[in-house]
Write a protein that binds this ligand. Sequence first.
Ligand SMILES: NC(=O)c1ccc[n+]([C@@H]2O[C@H](COP(=O)([O-])OP(=O)(O)OC[C@H]3O[C@@H](n4cnc5c(N)ncnc54)[C@H](OP(=O)(O)O)[C@@H]3O)[C@@H](O)[C@H]2O)c1
Length: 106
Amino acid sequence: MGVGPPAYQVTKAALNALTRTLAGELRHAHILVNAVCPGWVATDMGGASAPRSVEEGAAGVVWTATLPQNGPTGGFFRDGKPPYQGDTHVPEEETTEGSRAMLLGG
Ligand SMILES: NC(=O)c1ccc[n+]([C@@H]2O[C@H](COP(=O)([O-])OP(=O)(O)OC[C@H]3O[C@@H](n4cnc5c(N)ncnc54)[C@H](OP(=O)(O)O)[C@@H]3O)[C@@H](O)[C@H]2O)c1
């Protein structure tokens, strides 16, 4: 399955479920909800030997936080690409400015 202790993996499974559920709940409130995998990043968690810099990991987070109004919702992204893509795009007429939500997955 995934990487890390079982309890960690379960929290990420729950996060994926929360992402999908919130995306559905908030679709008509014009709020996009997506999860992000930053990759293996040299944070306190990743450790100094991790291959990705904090800047590289953060870039995908920023990409997700600045999606256009008609961007995807309910997806799981890394570097702006879907390891798993959720719902298709929200129709433009259903969107408004400045509504974003994001969850950090892994
Ligand atoms: N680093 C990676 O390679 C990697 C890969 C995949 C996914 N992720 C995910 O990315 C997210 C952030 O990870 P990171 O690498 O940035 O980890 P990190 O450097 O260890 O930072 C974790 C952050 O969580 C806070 N925190 C920890 N326990 C908390 C608690 N009980 N209540 C409130 N805040 C708490 C810490 O606060 P303090 O600073 O006050 O301790 C810190 O700001 C996590 O969800 C992780 O699973 C990371």
